[in-house]
Design a protein around this ligand. Structure first.
Ligand code: PLP
Length: 390
């Protein structure tokens, strides 16, 4: 008989009842160090007191009022995102896929409004991941996500990730935009070179098309800057972000320049729940912490410590790990045995990680992680590698 919870996930037989900082407490009493962070969502760890206070205070005032009225929380959070990014304007939604759907719509509408309605196609990368809606699975183009869900949404052309010449060759008079994850997350923590991001910006400018980014996973401080593309010193025209933005409360956002958003006027896009007062109170609290002096420096310092430690783990256990890659606190270890086996061993020893494509184990600690927790994770990794080798 089908479970009452539709069985679309391969879940571990483990449930949690409480979380605090980088730790999760299971219903059976065990404690886990959480270096999965809800797949890069729990940026401030579990139950950060500032987020909890913001949610509770808002819960006593107003939860939802619809977008028929001004929402002061949206005005505040959008102002803070605009002040700290390339963007001039922000649309709030509830998830990463919804943000990316909006990014795709913004790209098409821009060319429709500016006299190039034939420019509808978007260049995406092989092994990209942009979500699980019909348009975003078409954008990602992965057979395992598309199978059985035909007809596929039209309008996406795929290129090899990181290949500047291939990107240039793929631009046609019908191309509306180039869409890039600065670091592929689900694809296996594969960073684009900063030169690739700069080249994509230059190619988009030359062709008169938009540069769109998917920073649903890499954004909101994950790489030690608010957005990963900032490391390249370039800016997209439009971008989706989500995961860390609500720190665990469902919220996503489309960020765009005034130019790119030219067609996104009243009646063109909407979301019933998008940007409701509860979500905005939490996102505002997340930004209080992330934008405070020293936060990004902390992420960068913890990244350096974790990177050095993981390099040592990989060097000492070449039979388990063959490569370390990523940036900030978005790191991946390519495994020699099946990544699922490595992840299960780590979990048995009290460390939660996330699998990804290309046989990678993702290491995504909360951004508030401390040195002692990193050292504890490294010691679990060493011990687990020893056990896997034995
Ligand atoms: C998680 C993710 C998405 C989809 O986000 P959902 O909130 O699951 O819809 C899209 N793009 C990237 C890069 C992601 O990591």
């Amino acid at each position: 008989m089908i479970p009452t919870v539709m069985p679309t996930y391969a879940r571990a037989d483990l449930a949690f009842e409480r979380g605090e900082g980088a730790y999760l407490y299971a219903t059976d009493g065990r404690r886990f160090l959480d270096f999965a962070a809800g797949v890069a969502v729990n940026a401030l760890g579990h139950c950060h007191p500032h987020m909890v206070a913001a949610l509770k205070a808002q819960a006593d005032k107003l939860w939802h009022c619809s977008n028929l009225y001004r929402v002061p929380g949206q005005e505040k959070v959008s102002r803070r995102l605009v002040d700290n990014s390339f963007a001039d304007t922000v649309f709030f939604c509830n998830s990463g896929a919804e943000a990316m759907e909006g990014v795709i719509k913004t790209c098409r509408k821009y060319h429709y409004e500016t006299g190039n309605p034939q420019r509808t196609r978007i260049l995406t990368a092989i092994d990209a991941f942009h979500g699980r809606t019909l348009a975003t699975i078409a954008a990602g183009g992965q057979a395992k996500h598309l199978k059985g869900f035909a007809p596929m949404v039209e309008g996406f052309d795929r290129v090899v990730y990181g290949d500047i010449a291939a990107l240039k060759a793929a631009i046609t008079p019908d191309t509306a935009a180039i869409l890039i994850e600065p670091i592929q997350g689900e694809g296996g923590i594969r960073p684009a070179s900063l030169d690739y991001l700069r080249a994509a910006r230059a190619l988009a400018d030359e062709a008169g098309i938009l540069l769109a980014m998917d920073e649903v996973q890499s954004g909101m401080g994950r790489t030690g800057k608010l957005f990963a593309h900032q490391w390249a010193g370039i800016a997209p025209d439009v971008m989706g972000t989500a995961k860390g933005l609500g720190g665990g409360f469902p919220v996503g956002a489309i960020l765009a320049t005034e130019k790119a958003a030219v067609g996104m006027v009243a009646g063109t896009h909407g979301s019933t729940f998008g940007g409701n007062p509860l979500a905005m109170a939490v996102a505002d609290a997340v930004l209080d912490v992330m934008l405070a002096e020293g936060f990004m420096e902390h992420v960068q310092a913890m990244s350096a410590r974790l990177w050095a430690g993981l390099e040592d783990v990989a060097r000492r256990h070449p039979g388990v790990f063959s490569e370390l890659r990523g940036a900030g606190l978005m790191l991946g270890l390519k495994c020699v045995p099946p990544a699922a086996e490595v992840g299960a061993k780590l979990r048995d020893n009290g460390l939660l990680t996330v699998g990804a494509g290309d046989n990678v184990v993702r290491i995504l600690p909360p951004l508030v992680v401390g040195p002692a927790e990193i050292d504890e994770a490294l010691s679990i990794l060493h011990r687990s590698c020893g056990e896997l080798a034995a």
